[in-house]
Design a protein around this ligand. Structure first.
Ligand code: 48H
Length: 257
């Protein structure tokens, strides 16, 4: 049977439209498709929650693809190996408490399992603002990344969610917007973004877990964004904290929802 270009086009438009419409209201909207956002989405979806994840870039995976300085291996401490096991990512013990895995296998496996768990991933979409009510964040304001890149003045669209997770990494983009534009204070010591500190791997990994929490009513931080928001140090290319943080935020939100 001859292939028809219009049917191909219509299939894509129909299916994408369906995805957009069915995700206008979700339990959790995750911003950022790095390791923390992916793992958070996976555990939330496994618990039966409706989750959409928005990623600015064409590719999912954030800073994980490049391992350390583009040596495409990542290090994970023992505590986080159970998450790699859950996803089926292979790793090797390098020495006591240091495990290494191929960053390409890790990103692609996390992504695949997260989608199959039921998370709808929207790539090429950037979150430029939040939807607010007097007392909380209630959703996200979205635009095409191409609109952002071209610097066009095109008004965005909006989605509602019971909770938002900022998993935008070093940039803490959602928290930045909330701090700047939403009345009220962040739940940080100064009420503002504390800012990321220089590298201290051990301390950073511990603090990433502590800092993974609600930062404004309706808004949680996970992964590197948690440390940047609450003033923790960076950790370099050890990714256990990112995985554990994603799981922690999912576990907390499941109890709240
Ligand atoms: C849509 C957005 C927006 C936006 C950003 O940087 P990530 O990999 O974040 P984490 O926290 O999962 O992992 C951090 C890790 O990669 C890292 O950088 C580490 C461990 N650094 C240590 C060190 O010392 O440097 O992913 C965040 C994702 C990216 O893909 C962005 O494109 C995306 O979020 N993003 N997507 N709308 N406004 N802002």
């Amino acid at each position: 049977m001859a292939l028809n270009e219009i049917i191909i086009t219509k299939a894509i438009i129909d299916r994408y439209y369906e995805k957009l419409i069915s995700n206008l209201e979700t339990d959790v909207a995750i911003v950022g498709g790095g390791p923390a956002g992916l793992v958070a989405g996976y555990y939330l979806a496994k618990a039966g929650k409706k989750v959409a994840l928005y990623e600015r870039k064409l590719s999912i995976g954030g800073g994980m693809w490049g391992g350390g300085m583009m040596f495409n291996e990542i290090v994970v401490q023992k505590e986080a190996c159970s998450i790699l096991d859950e996803f089926g990512v292979r790793y090797q013990e390098y020495q006591d408490n240091y495990f290494v895995s191929d960053s390409v296998e890790t990103v692609s496996t996390l992504t695949s399992k997260t989608v199959k768990a039921g998370v709808t991933i929207f790539n090429c979409i950037c979150v430029e603002d939040v939807v607010m009510r007097p007392d909380r964040v209630v959703g996200l304001v979205l635009n095409w990344s191409s609109v952002e890149m071209a610097g066009l003045h095109v008004d965005p669209l909006a989605v509602r969610s019971k909770y938002v997770v900022d998993a935008t990494g070093h940039a803490t983009e959602v928290v930045q917007v909330v701090s700047r534009k939403v009345p009220g204070k962040l739940m940080t010591p100064t009420g503002k973004i504390e800012g990321e500190k220089s590298m201290w791997a051990d301390n950073a990994e511990k603090l990433t877990m502590e800092n993974t929490r609600e930062v404004f009513p309706g808004l949680y931080v996970a992964g590197m964004s948690a440390n940047a928001t609450y003033g923790g140090p960076r950790m370099g290319p050890i990714f256990g904290g990112m995985l554990l943080s994603g799981k922690k935020v999912a576990t907390e939100l499941v109890t709240k929802l």
